[in-house]
Design a protein around this ligand. Structure first.
Ligand code: SAM
Length: 193
């Protein structure tokens, strides 16, 4: 099935969890992966893989399949991802359990946390649980990169997320606005390395 249609279907079934009507654009994906240098001891963990719009740009920078782990909650999206990325470890799982899931895989340390989750539309208690997981990775030394849509940038959950991260990890590094994305977005990066 066409990637956009598959994504739209997932959105219509679960708008709050998917949080966007279209997959990330190549322009946004490129910025999401820029500067990342994973290897099997310093892996990328992608939270909320979706249809793989960002994974498509992660795969070419991986030295091997053991340098990456993906988590996707939606079973249908996960099934398609397994077919599209047979060399990558993509688990059907909840980002609320990300730290434990990563430990169980035996893969290397998470150096890069590529987070594609729609925090603005997730229930607050779920978002809080995921922040707790992010903290565990950040405490081990990690770079967190996420995107926020421009139209929701000043909504309370988006402001709270940035305030929380700023208090814990300092000022973020924000990208230019990526206009070639539906909807336009910024990427934000914090690092504890
Ligand atoms: C905004 S979409 C991003 C998809 C893709 N990475 C992209 O950029 O196009 C968010 C994705 O996160 C997934 N998701 C939502 N909550 C999740 C959770 N708790 N754990 C894992 N994945 C989750 C959704 O199913 C959806 O595929």
């Amino acid at each position: 099935m066409n990637e956009n249609l598959q994504f739209l279907r997932a959105f219509l079934k679960n708008p709050g969890k998917v949080g966007a009507i279209a997959p990330s654009s190549p322009e946004l994906a490129q910025i999401m992966v820029s500067g990342l240098e994973p290897d099997r001891d310093n892996i990328i963990l992608e939270l909320g893989v979706g249809t793989g719009a960002i994974t498509k740009f992660i795969e070419p920078i991986l030295p091997d399949g053991d340098s990456y782990l993906g988590l996707e909650l939606d079973p249908k999206l996960h099934t398609s991802l397994r077919l599209a990325y047979p060399n990558l470890k993509i688990i059907e799982g909840n980002a609320c359990d990300a730290y434990k899931i990563h430990k169980e895989t035996g893969l290397g340390k998470v150096k890069y946390l590529v987070c594609c989750l729609p925090f603005v539309s997730l229930p607050r208690h779920v978002a809080e649980q995921i922040y707790g997981q992010i903290d565990l990775f950040m405490n081990d030394g990690c770079t967190l990169r996420l995107f926020q849509y421009a139209h929701g940038y000043y909504l309370p959950p988006a402001l709270k997320l940035r305030e929380r991260m700023r208090n814990l990890y300092g000022k973020s590094n924000r990208s230019r606005i990526v206009l070639k994305n539906v909807p336009p977005a910024y990427t934000l990066t914090w690092s504890t390395i």
